[in-house]
Write a new protein. Sequence first.
Length: 56
Amino acid sequence: MAHVISDDCTMCGSCMEACPVEAISEGDPKYVIDAETCTDCGACVEECPVDAIAPE
């Protein structure tokens, strides 16, 4: 199960840098996670300063 980024995202880029499989990309108006690439490791969740990432 992939993670999703909520509308609370502030576009800081912390999650994208933390993702070991490069599943996160810049969207508009928030970052997005490619569900097919995401390995559900949770690295992005730990790095998000506004708790905008959660399991789908």
